[in-house]
Design a binder for this molecule. Structure first.
Ligand SMILES: Nc1ncnc2c1ncn2[C@@H]1O[C@H](COP(=O)(O)OP(=O)(O)O)[C@@H](O)[C@H]1O
Ligand SMILES: [Mg+2]
Length: 289
């Protein structure tokens, strides 16, 4: 079987790990740097890098950096209906790029999410600030790794953050604060299973639990309810691979984000699970379906 890995020119830990594990079980694995591929139409469609065509492969594993979202999406859309196996629906790349849209799609599938509001204008959302409990969360729609998540302790601070978002022509995204002790859960879904889960603890004085902003990950025995929630979220977004961020909540857990290309470094280190191998095996299974 032949696998194409479509990722950034500069490979990160995750791409290197995936390459290594995929090479153990596939006959051929080729890395296609997204910045270097050429989409061709010359009577037939092809996606070429150094004379190799992605369309000659059995499966493609995408890890497309956010900065190349639209080009990446063009490639994935082109591969639809060609028989090449993909672990995620191309739409999932677009949907999960927009955090707000992700939540709305999840809610449609009756998955618990925090109360959320979105507007281009701060004034339109001031009514929310009258009734909401503080702190309140403000986010950029396209942020990642904790960058773009802000907490306001009062209406006044919320307004000043909203002003900034409006001024930067960013949608104003307000979210109810889900009470938690500075901890969240990252569940990695591969196929029909949660293959690894970690609890991330925010550093002292910080509310964001992301490892990228100083959070510490530790292995976590995920509950049945949390596991079901993660699987349901991945299914709702048509993703066979997903990193689902869950907050335990007061009574029941809720999903705050779904990541289409979860980083493997933190989760492999915290859990000792060979997540890259799980993904490689899943890709091989896909090929035989
Ligand atoms: N509604 C919320 N209530 C409380 N904490 C939150 C909420 N949303 C996010 N957080 C905290 O901020 C972190 C980052 O938020 P998330 O939406 O996952 O964005 P990112 O893409 O930056 O990871 C979460 O892992 C969690 O620790
Ligand atoms: Mg997150």
């Amino acid at each position: 079987m032949k696998l194409a890995l479509l990722g950034p020119e500069k490979r990160t830990y995750s791409e290197l790990r995936l390459l290594k594990e995929c090479k153990q079980i596939f006959d051929t694995v080729t890395y296609f740097p997204i910045q270097k591929v050429v989409i061709e139409f010359d009577g037939e469609l092809s996606v070429i890098y150094r004379g190799k065509n992605i369309l000659d492969y059995d499966a493609v594993l995408p890890r497309i950096p956010r900065s190349y979202l639209h080009f990446g999406l063009t490639v994935l859309e082109m591969l639809k209906g060609t028989g090449i196996k993909m672990p995620i629906a191309p739409e999932a790349v677009l949907h999960t790029h927009n955090k707000f849209l992700t939540l709305i799609l999840l809610a449609r599938h009756e998955i618990r999410i925090p109360k959320t509001y979105l507007s281009l204008k701060r004034k339109a959302l001031e009514f929310v600030l009258e009734n909401v409990k503080y702190p309140v969360v403000l986010k950029t729609v396209y942020g990642c790794m904790g960058k773009g998540v802000m907490f306001a302790d009062s209406k006044e601070s919320a307004i000043s953050i909203m002003d900034l978002l409006e001024n930067l022509h960013q949608p104003v995204f307000v979210e109810e604060y889900v009470k938690n002790p500075g901890e969240d859960i990252r569940a990695i879904v591969v196929g029909e299973r949660v293959v690894a889960a970690m609890k991330r603890k925010a550093k002292a004085g910080e509310k964001r639990a992301n490892i990228g902003v100083g959070g510490i990950g530790e292995n976590y025995r995920i509950s049945e309810e949390e596991s079901e929630l993660a699987l349901k979220a991945a299914r709702a977004l048509q993703m066979g691979i997903a990193g689902v961020d869950i907050l335990p909540g007061k009574k029941r857990p809720c999903v705050v984000e779904v990541n289409v290309y979860p980083g493997l470094k933190g989760i492999e280190a915290a859990t000792g699970v060979n997540v890259a191998k799980e993904i490689a095996c899943y890709m091989l299974d896909l090929c035989s379906k």
